[in-house]
Design a binder for this molecule. Structure first.
Ligand code: AP5
Length: 182
């Protein structure tokens, strides 16, 4: 089983849900930049205050800030991991590559969760997180298509990409992922 995996996909595709399941089955560290940022916001740190103003509008937080968080979490960790919500653009992907090259821990697989926009919006509206109202969701989707979707070709070119249909029940998607990884 692969030990260094990242999840790609639009907001609401189920990256967090599926990453949690896989991380717990395979005993991998689940690193969600969204969750780590929300923890900073909750703790009221200066980093959290800076992030909160952007997150509520559905804007990406600065690359430097997110890269520092990922660096802190991975540079002293030698086990397997699963990245969820990172990288979000080409700059982050290239910085991640150079960090992982230094650590001699390259990515082994990038799992792309695919779902149509209408279903994504429906899922997120029923969750109701602070950034889950229709205007902000559509903005997050726009940023995904513009800045994050180019990572599909980036990881395809490295022969690391696996595409998974993210429709259906949580369990059926988990089965598809586990089959694709075996
Ligand atoms: P982040 O927390 O990463 O949010 P996101 O990418 O918008 O992803 P979501 O959590 O909305 O969706 P998901 O794909 O994880 O789906 P989930 O499993 O939760 O980022 C939030 C913000 O933080 C960003 O906008 C940005 O500001 C900042 N940020 C984070 N990372 C950053 C980075 N690297 N660089 C810069 N800024 C960054 O599921 C969604 C809902 O659907 C849940 O309610 C779930 O229960 C439900 N669901 C899941 N699967 C199914 C299913 N099969 N059927 C029905 N419902 C389902």
């Amino acid at each position: 089983m692969k030990q260094r995996i990242l999840f790609l996909g639009p907001p609401g595709a189920g990256k967090g849900t599926q990453a949690e399941i896989l991380a717990s089955h395979e005993n991998l560290l689940h690193l969600s930049t969204g969750d780590l940022l929300r923890a900073e916001v909750k703790a009221g740190t200066s980093l959290g205050q800076e992030a909160a103003a952007l997150m509520i509008k559905g804007e990406l937080v600065s690359d430097d800030l997110v890269l520092a968080i990922v660096h802190n979490n991975l540079s002293h960790y030698s086990g397997g991991w699963l990245l969820d919500g990172f990288p979000r653009n080409i700059v982050q992907a290239e910085s991640l590559d150079s960090l992982l090259n230094q650590l001699k821990q390259p990515i082994e697989t990038a799992i792309l969760l695919k779902l149509e926009d209408d279903l994504l919006i429906e899922r997120l509206l029923s969750r109701g997180r602070a950034d889950d109202n229709e205007i902000v969701i559509r903005h997050r989707l726009g940023i995904y298509h513009e800045q994050t979707a180019p990572l599909i070709a980036f990881y395809q070119a490295k022969s690391l990409l696996i595409s998974i249909d993210a429709g259906g029940t949580v369990d059926s998607i988990a089965m598809r992922i586990s089959k694709a990884l075996s």
